[in-house]
Design a protein around this ligand. Structure first.
Ligand code: G3P
Length: 218
């Protein structure tokens, strides 16, 4: 399973990259706003800066919600760097835009997926990735992980190439469950990735190893 980091914070992206486990980055307008990035030129510059840090795909979201606008913005984003994946919302014009970009060989990530039907439609339109938001489903008492299972089954039934990018991942259990099901990618905050490191018995065990070593090597 590929690990993407879900942030526009350059420091966190660098930290995940330095850990040596990072396969890509996802962003969205809220994450860009959180970093105080505004204005078209600054936004484009920021995507460039992200692309310089990471080796893998970088999802950059369009703001337009009409077909022509999405195409215009998406083409501009895709020209920035080969790593850019154009992120398109799951709306009617978005589905048309997915088909358009797919035929042009430009990678896409269909975002705001909350149902298996939406994921099926995005795959049929040729999306490179679909982003089911599991945390936000959990927030309203729907099982986000169950949606990942459903999409996995559907894609496997028909051999769709679209990759399942589990998004809105909030904690390490989400990551582990996604890996068990066979999500292709998970995107989450740095805190969820580094939480995978932790086990109290590891800390206790290391402390004991070091103190035993110190006793005989004083
Ligand atoms: O990848 C989607 C993500 O940015 C949404 O996460 O935590 O705002 O639901 P969250």
């Amino acid at each position: 399973m590929k690990f993407f980091i879900d942030t526009a914070n350059l420091k966190e992206i660098q930290e995940a990259q330095d850990l040596g486990v990072l396969d890509g980055v996802t962003t969205n307008p809220s994450l860009m706003a959180k970093e105080g990035i505004s204005g078209k030129n600054n936004v484009l510059k920021h995507y460039k800066a992200i692309c310089e840090i990471v080796d893998g795909d970088v999802s950059a979201e369009v703001i337009a919600t009409d077909f022509e606008g999405m195409i215009r913005e998406g083409e501009e984003l895709a020209e920035l760097d080969d790593k850019i994946v154009v992120k398109i919302p799951m709306i009617k014009d978005g589905v048309k835009a997915l088909r358009y970009f797919s035929e042009k060989g430009i990678k896409t990530n269909c975002t705001l997926i909350f149902s298996a039907g939406q994921a099926l439609l995005a795959a049929k339109a040729g999306a490179s990735y679909v982003s089911p938001f599991i945390g936000r489903l959990d927030d309203i008492s729907f099982d986000g992980i169950e949606l990942i299972e459903q999409i996995r089954t559907i894609y496997d039934n028909y051999g769709f190439d679209t990759e399942i990018l589990a998004a809105s991942v909030r904690h390490p259990i989400h990551i582990i469950k996604c890996a068990e099901i066979g999500a292709d990618v998970m995107t989450g905050p740095l805190s969820a990735i580094t939480a995978l490191l932790k086990h109290p018995l590891t800390d206790i065990g290391l402390e004991k190893f070091l103190s035993d070593h110190a006793k005989t090597n004083a």
